[in-house]
Design a protein around this ligand. Structure first.
Ligand SMILES: NC(=O)c1ccc[n+]([C@@H]2O[C@H](COP(=O)([O-])OP(=O)(O)OC[C@H]3O[C@@H](n4cnc5c(N)ncnc54)[C@H](OP(=O)(O)O)[C@@H]3O)[C@@H](O)[C@H]2O)c1
Length: 305
């Protein structure tokens, strides 16, 4: 398949491209960070409707996987207008452009559309209730995409992996901080379902190949607290888990509100794919194997210094 990836420099984008490039033709869209990537990259400073139209017409991808977002919660609180442009307006334009050309479209959304007040796992039929600018704009992005293009996939994700800047995912935070001998906090009262980003990439392609559409929860099958995640990462890397202090997110000075329960059921996804999702330990093993093989340094070398 020929796949176009807006947001190719991001945590998902770069790992998706890296994971799938030997099996699929990847064309990344980037604003100028990627210089040495081993996949094709088109540099565009701005993604408006005319730029997107001309790229789709000249490249003729079979599918677009939208990895672009303003994904930092604090940045969204500080700049809600920018958050709307990237998280709502851009996905809408992409959906329109894909629909008119009959190109498959996967829009990547977030587990954080829920307020976390449910006792138990959220499924796709549960009503979202965003708690901040990031999650509100992401929900509006989902709605805009499906209003334009009912056959699109909206994938609510949560993942970890190695990023270009080395600081984009929670797993990197634990590895970097503990390796530097620092003490860190791990929230015991935020439950989530982390998935290794390489697994996320494979599942998204699998969904495309099976022609799925609509909203899906594409997260890890095992819920855990952020503290427990840190402990598991530390154990896998042989780092001192005792340096991770169990804390409440309410004690943090983070500006953007966080939901306490982001346990999302993946039953619909497993049923429609006809397979079990990869286990948490398989993902963590993959993340650790990448570390041993110098993968973090390799992907960092793709970026402009
Ligand atoms: N990380 C997670 O665990 C997580 C959890 C839930 C949902 N998600 C969702 O997953 C998706 C990918 O997230 P991520 O963690 O990979 O995010 P990320 O690392 O912050 O990457 C975001 C990407 O979007 C690009 N971008 C930002 N503003 C843009 C603009 N104005 N025009 C064009 N491109 C722009 C960035 O380009 P630059 O590098 O040039 O800034 C970057 O390539 C997002 O939809 C996010 O909401 C992620």
């Amino acid at each position: 398949m020929k796949l176009l990836l807006p947001g190719a420099s991001g945590l998902l984008g770069v790992n998706f491209a890296q994971e799938m490039m030997s099996e699929h033709e990847i064309i990344g869209l980037d604003r100028g960070k990627l210089i040495n990537a081993p996949f094709k990259v088109l540099r565009r400073e701005r993604l408006d409707a005319s730029v997107i139209d001309s790229i789709l017409d000249s490249e003729s991808p079979e599918a677009v996987v939208n990895c672009a977002a303003l994904a930092n919660l604090e940045d969204c609180e500080e700049n809600p207008e920018l958050a709307k442009q990237i998280n709502v307006d851009l996905p809408r334009v992409l959906a329109q452009a894909c629909k008119s050309r009959n190109i498959s479209f996967v829009h990547v959304s977030t587990d954080a559309v829920f307020d976390g007040k449910k006792d138990g796992a959220y499924n796709e039929a549960d009503a979202p209730n965003p708690v901040g600018v990031y999650s509100r704009t992401k929900l509006e992005g989902e709605q805009a995409v499906l209003a334009e293009y009912a056959q699109a996939v909206v994938a609510r994700v949560n993942f970890y992996g190695w990023s270009l800047g080395g600081r984009r995912s929670l797993a990197e935070f634990f590895v970097n901080s503990l390796s530097a001998g620092e003490n860190v906090n791990g929230f015991t009262d935020v439950i989530f379902c982390p998935m290794w980003v390489n697994h996320t990439a494979r599942i998204l392609v699998n969904m495309l190949e099976r022609g799925l559409s609509g909203v899906y929860h594409v997260v890890g099958a095992q819920p855990m607290s952020k503290h427990q995640f840190g402990v598991d990462v530390a154990r896998r890397f042989g780092l001192p888990e005792g340096r991770i202090a169990p804390k409440s997110v309410e004690e943090s000075n983070l500006r953007a509100k966080r939901s306490h329960n982001l346990w999302l059921s993946t039953r619909k996804l497993s049923a429609d794919l006809g397979e079990e999702l990869p286990s948490f330990s398989a993902g963590l093993d993959g993340f650790y194997a990448q570390f041993r093989q110098g993968y973090p340094q390799k992907i960092r070398s793709y970026q402009q210094k």
